[in-house]
Design a protein around this ligand. Structure first.
Ligand code: SF4
Ligand code: SF4
Length: 146
């Protein structure tokens, strides 16, 4: 039997299906920097102030857009904006016509498989509330977003 994510487009999914795709990695909550000349996007290890680094969940999901204007509300943005998401993210993978990885909780049936696969940010991210100056994000660049 096919799984819903194999037969439905993102736009066709109901809310429950949609929400279940999020693996809780927290990677979309890391600050990113865009090179104005090249358009390249760099991922930093600095997490949004609302991210709980233990659970990798937003501490104020309902009001997040008001509290953090840069927060990407996936329902409200065009699929083109999904390139801002990490390449491991289920929404980006499915939007790009890719399969979900074996460690995704919908396949592994285990939430800790995300951490075991090294995808969760909980082991390395720093909250923006812990850094001296948010203008120094360049010092925290991890990698180029691909
Ligand atoms: S990157 Fe994707 S899968 Fe990970 S927390 Fe963000 S929305 Fe969920
Ligand atoms: S407001 Fe919440 S969902 Fe948005 S980036 Fe911050 S922690 Fe992530």
């Amino acid at each position: 039997m096919s799984h819903f994510w194999e037969v439905k487009t993102l736009a066709e999914m109901n809310r429950e299906e949609w929400e279940s795709l999020c693996d809780g990695c927290g990677r979309c909550c890391l600050h990113k920097l865009e090179d104005e000349d090249t358009g390249d996007i760099y991922i930093t290890s600095v997490a949004c102030k609302l991210l709980d680094l233990k659970t990798c969940r937003c501490t104020n999901y309902t009001s997040r857009i008001n509290l953090v204007p840069d927060c990407l509300e996936l329902h409200a943005v065009s699929f083109k904006e999904y390139q801002w998401l990490p390449k491991t993210c289920a929404y980006r993978l499915l939007n790009d016509g890719e399969k979900l990885p074996a460690w995704h909780p919908l396949i592994s049936k285990r939430e800790n498989s995300v951490k075991k696969a090294g995808v969760s940010v909980s082991d390395f991210a720093i909250s923006e509330t812990k850094i001296k100056n948010v203008d120094d994000l360049e010092d925290y660049i991890l990698e180029l977003q691909t």
